[in-house]
Design a protein around this ligand. Sequence first.
Ligand code: GDP
Ligand code: GDP
Length: 436
Amino acid sequence: MNSIVAIVGRPNVGKSTLFNRLVQRREAIVDSVSGVTRDRHYGKSDWNGKEFSVIDTGGYIVGSDDIFEGEIRKQVALAIEEADIIVFVVDVEEGITPMDAEVAKLLRKVKKPIFIAVNKVDNAMRAADAVEFYNLGLGDYHTISSINGSGTGDLLDALAEKMPEPEEVDLEKEELPRFAVVGRPNAGKSSFINALIGEDRNIVTNIAGTTRDSIDTKYNRFGFDFNLVDTAGIRKKSRVKEDLEFYSVMRAVRSIEYSDVIILVVDATRGFEGQDQNIFWLAEKNRKGIVILINKWDLIEKETNTMRDFEAMVRKQIEPFTDVPIVFISALTKQRLFKAIETAVDVFNNRKNRIPTSKFNDTMLEVVKSYPPPATKGKFVKIKYCMQLPTPTPQFAFFCNLPQYVKDPYKRFVENKLREIYNFTGIPITIYFRQK
Ligand code: GDP
Ligand code: GDP
């Protein structure tokens, strides 16, 4: 499982600048595909072969100055609870402020790896000033400049060292699907789970354990065996108010990391909102299977095209990855719960689709031959060979003479064709064009 890195610290020390630097490369790739730039406070990154999520806790602090202090304390407490690694950012220009000391006090009790990033060390002169941060009582520190990038490589090396080795995925092993039920507060997640597994809860086993006390519980419903990933949120009522956006994001990040298929519960009475979009995007970036459940459908006044129009609206919001099942349910009246689970199991199976190379070549080479990439500067791209890569989730490579000339619209065309021919509904796929 990938690690979650939380960036904490008081305002203006440079948390979001550091965040942007850490997720930059990945973000750039995603943005060029979807054509949008987004203001995000969490993202994926990788370093030395380790993938991880980064959360900028400061991005969630809203309100006036006087509520800052309490908010920060709350967010640091949450970061301590939910993240695997904590980066505490301080500002060399300002030195240790009372608020820094306060945060340090919270962090000193923590057993998780903590890194102090002394930021704004833009030149060697400032490095000497950093010594004072020993007084935080948290040991050694890293001097960095988030603006010019110096020191961030060393910091990343140190972070990566604390992360577990990537897991080997054994496709032959019969594993139960792991579902995570995520969504905005009040979307109906608990209602859905209760409606599904009821009070008696057909619990077969309770596998507690893994380093981060996530709990997998095995259920059987409608003849399907599956695990519900419960990252403590469902069972243990939190000490923190549920309406905190940061809180729900943290929970979502954790359960998404841990699951195969994300069941995104949406409140039909509120439409598909920014936060729904964020969770969707996060699942997509993590290459997880996705099912969207439009809940509280019982509350919607229906005319002939209500469902069709609603579905079209949602698909518009999730472009360009629209090959995702959308099921209209009511946790209250238990409408279409079977369909919801059946769909999630289908998506789980789609994620394991592996297409034999010879078959894939026969089909896809035919497709690209009948509609080749447009010529650029008088040069023609010739695709010679293609295959599904031996990766844990579906990824494909097309080998050709001039991969740099293959542009996004063509990649999307190939992806759409691939999705028409093979069933990857609910599964984010990646297509690479590589030099032959
Ligand atoms: P946050 O509130 O902790 O997220 O801080 P920001 O990332 O928004 O940065 C606060 C201010 O510090 C901005 O004006 C940044 O440009 C500046 N800043 C961030 N990192 C550095 C750095 O490494 N060196 C210098 N000189 N300024 C920085
Ligand atoms: P969570 O925060 O996502 O776990 O949401 P809850 O399951 O606690 O539900 C929030 C509120 O919506 C509660 O008052 C539920 O009774 C209500 N609710 C949940 N699902 C439905 C539904 O399908 N129909 C209706 N009418 N209300 C629902």
